[in-house]
Design a binder for this molecule. Sequence first.
Ligand code: FMN
Ligand code: FE2
Ligand code: FE2
Length: 395
Amino acid sequence: MVERNVVKLSENVYWVGSRDWNRRLFDALIPLPRGTSYNAYLVIGEKENALIDTVNPGFEKELEEKIHAVIRPETIDYVIMNHAEPDHAGAIPHIMKLATKAKLIATNRGAKMAQTFYAVPKDRIKVVGDNETLSLGGKTLRFIEAPMLHWPETMFTYLQEDKILFPCDFFGAHLAGWLYDDEVEDLLVHAQRYWGEIMMPFRAMAQKALEKIQGLDIKMIAPSHGPIHRNPEHILDAYRRWANGETRQKATIAYVSMWNSTEKMVKQIAETLAAEDVEIALHNLAITDTGDLAKDLVDSKALVLGAPTVLGVAHPLAVYAAYLVKALRPPIKYVVLLSSYGWGGGAIKHVQEVLGQFKVEVVGAVDVNGPPTEENTRKIVEMGKVLAKKIKEEA
Ligand SMILES: Cc1cc2nc3c(=O)[nH]c(=O)nc-3n(C[C@H](O)[C@H](O)[C@H](O)COP(=O)(O)O)c2cc1C
Ligand SMILES: [Fe+2]
Ligand SMILES: [Fe+2]
């Protein structure tokens, strides 16, 4: 048996997770500059043992060895599945095979998913309701339903005696290194990036979950990705702000440009907004990191989209960005559209169609034939001033 690093978080509570240093993409969409971790936890009671969540496929053996450093895997009585996504539930078949007497604990929806995704037999699943408790002997687990964070079956597990909340994906960050929140200088940046992609589309559900756990005495939050929060107030504060849709005096500018015409327009509005003391985050969609873009959308009040016409419609990268904005549902209030075309145009109409039902005020659109003229630029400056005023009035 290889020697494995496990960490004691509290008496008889251990981190037995895996660090995926080399992973560079999540959901085949979001870059992971610093990898990620799949955190699993062991809770050892006087009478019974529980494993909270598992790890990504490929890390089964590592998880087994880590559990072994604390107890024999056969002695696991319960596998708690807070979330059915493979990065946390992928090793369930392996563990259920080792721990022959173990029962899987999940919400009602989770139970169905465990059967479909992981072929767990129905008679090995124990469905738990909201606020139900399970005593392991001196360690009491309370299950808190927290649906749609970010799948329908999600729940949190709270260890009452130690006051530790295991919320799975909620409060997570994609970071392979570090164990505790206070060891990472820019943790909130990573947490915001993670929120932007995973949790932002479910702000209403996040608010409900935050209200639900408000009365809990939480000493530690142990999520399934990234560092464990032993100073939980920081991440709780940030989550309250993000879930409420609190924004800064900030505009995200996302654009693509083939021959620099749209780029000139975009850079002009960036100058005007900056001169008006609006914080700006500029993303060239041809080279930007989608995670960074998602992060900036979390607390921006406005979006400027620069989209030239290609083949009668908007450039594919601008379509992608408009679609992403609509899907992630950021608390953006205002939109400005900037475009350049060669002959017939069509990009502005197209991005408006893509944005569809996304509720925003379109402050204005400038569609220029070829490179922007002085007259066009004056119009953009004017529009930038109007946008800045709206952004600042709101704050
Ligand atoms: C591959 C390609 C396809 C284009 N298709 C159209 C088109 O269908 N309709 C149009 O009005 N202009 C079209 N154009 C012209 C561009 O919209 C025009 O050059 C514009 O100024 C480009 O803005 P940019 O410099 O920001 O890339 C096309 C240009 C390219 C390179
Ligand atoms: Fe997930
Ligand atoms: Fe996850």
